[in-house]
Design a protein around this ligand. Sequence first.
Ligand SMILES: N[C@@H](CCC(=O)N[C@@H](CS)C(=O)NCC(=O)O)C(=O)O
Length: 238
Amino acid sequence: MALGLTSGGPHLRPEVNSSIIHLAKMKAELTYFDMSGLGEPVRVMLSYGNIPFDDIRLSKEKWADIKKETKFGQLPRLRIDGLELYQSRAICRYIATKIGLRSADAKEAALTDMWVDTFDDVRFMVVRWYYQEDSQERTENLENLKTKALTDVLSVFEKTLETENAEYFVNNKLSWADVMLFGYLFYIADLLHTSGEEILAKHSRLSKLYGEIKNSPGVQNWLKIRPQSPPDMRVLFS
Ligand SMILES: N[C@@H](CCC(=O)N[C@@H](CS)C(=O)NCC(=O)O)C(=O)O
């Protein structure tokens, strides 16, 4: 409704009007690869918000066919409310706005974005390691990642919650940043062949927040049907 697209209007030809309404009423459609990846935070946000969606997972061959049709040559893509959206964080931000998890207050929204970008940096740190070619160095780097780099950054997050005596990252109110932390950790856990619980074992406030998002009805429903990622996701892009 907010875009003025879903309601159509008297200035539109009737056939255009009705096709736009049809698009707007369609179930959301997420297109990504057959793995968690950057599709996972989107799936988590949609599930948390109880927004039904078709989870379309492309094979490498199918992707080669449709890459050229996509706006920036990359996925995920979300079709929703008559929109075709790319860029995972922009997509999640839109869903968050729809489900009331993005503050209308500019300062609060900026702080939320800051946390989401920081969580994404952590995701990227793990992805950078993941896509290295197999080698002794990769094995050693994994050890460092698990015992030092990841622990250090999670300690900073935990400390923030502790210092503010908070359960949530921004003004102690649930926001999309909290849901995104869960979505990214889910992806990271897949990459490291472990679980979010294991990653957060030494961080009690983060663990509690993780558990709260995980136990929400929408995410629980998603977990029941969530397909496993392949053990080595690198094969999808090699
Ligand atoms: N900034 C983009 C990055 C998207 C991206 O890197 N997508 C990768 C998969 S995670 C992709 O489509 N790779 C296939 C290709 O580039 O052909 C986002 O957040 O959506």
